[in-house]
Design a protein around this ligand. Structure first.
Ligand code: ATP
Ligand code: TZP
Ligand code: MG
Ligand code: MG
Length: 268
């Protein structure tokens, strides 16, 4: 993965306008749809068990986000995920709040038993709890930063046979063998709800056009982090409300040149 490949991946998202099927949470639905439009993808949210198999199979990627679960939503996720698997559609999982309650942790494990995923993205405690290591969650936010995210991500990638992405001050993306560290982003992202969820859906958009899912993840993380840095510079005087809107602007506007200049990632 080099910066030229990364820029090419963003150009492919913008040129191909992939359909991304999201089964996501009620907090972030509108923000996620607008963020996907901004990056150049085409979002759809569809939840009824009667239609999710049909929607998933015509999509470029399926994003499952457990933020506001119910038994009906879990059932729909499994139906959609199986259909995506049958039709070669990548499935991206965001285990929001895994570890905060036993119900969430069990739900993720149930989904993982039934559905093959291409990428899992969460904060360190969420990923830890999915693979049975207990780290503290405060609701949907990370409350324990004790874990080493690199070894945790590698362990998750190996155990779940997927690309694992752990975000935080520094992001890690790994398939268990090759590992990248991404240094873009800004702390203000933690002051706007749904910035993690939107990132997961954007990994869906990149995975629809780039079948190397590790490369798709790195490209998403760098693009998102650089857009956030520029958005922060433009709204620093104002605060998180203005930042949230400017992030959408910058996801639409960020250029290859800006990614070349500001993108910061290393192969570990
Ligand atoms: P949490 O609820 O714990 O904030 P999340 O699911 O919202 O988790 P984050 O880990 O906050 O997801 O990641 C969302 C984006 O914010 C990523 O692009 C990540 O790089 C960025 N980010 C998070 N914390 C920081 C930080 N301290 N400095 C820079 N960027 C950060
Ligand atoms: N409660 C349930 S889902 C959700 C909240 C606040 C949104 C979490 O979004 P993110 O992207 O993990 O910050
Ligand atoms: Mg957050
Ligand atoms: Mg999250």
């Amino acid at each position: 993965m080099n910066k030229e490949q990364l820029i090419l991946a963003l150009e492919k998202v913008r040129a191909q306008n992939p359909l991304v099927h999201n089964i996501t949470n009620v907090v972030v639905t509108n923000f996620t749809a607008n963020g996907l439009l901004a990056i150049g993808a085409s979002p759809v949210m569809a939840y009824a068990k009667e239609e999710v198999a049909d929607m998933a199979k015509i999509s470029g990627a399926l994003v499952l986000n457990i933020g506001t679960l119910s038994p009906e939503v879990i059932e729909a996720m499994i139906i959609a995920g199986k259909s995506a698997n049958e039709h070669g559609v990548p499935v991206i999982l965001d285990p929001v709040g895994a570890g905060a309650t036993p119900y969430r942790t069990e739900a993720v494990r149930e989904i993982l038993k039934e559905v093959r995923i291409s990428v899992i993205r969460g904060n360190a405690p969420e990923i830890a709890n999915v693979i049975g290591e207990k780290l503290a969650m405060k609701g949907v936010d990370a409350a324990d930063s004790a874990a080493d995210p690199v070894s945790l991500a590698k362990k998750a990638a190996e155990e779940l046979n997927t690309v694992a992405v752990i975000t935080g001050k520094e992001d890690v993306a790994t398939d268990g063998k090759t590992t990248y560290l991404i240094q873009n982003g800004h702390q203000i992202l933690t002051k706007v709800t749904g910035t993690g969820c939107l990132l997961t859906s954007i990994i869906g958009a990149f995975s629809a056009v780039e079948k190397d899912f590790l490369a798709a993840s790195v490209a998403s993380l760098v693009t998102y982090g650089v857009a956030a840095e520029i958005a922060f510079d433009l709204t620093e005087e104002k605060g998180p409300g203005s930042f949230q809107i400017e992030l959408l602007n910058q996801l639409a506007k960020v250029t290859g040149d800006e990614l070349l200049k500001k993108g910061s990632f290393i192969k570990k």
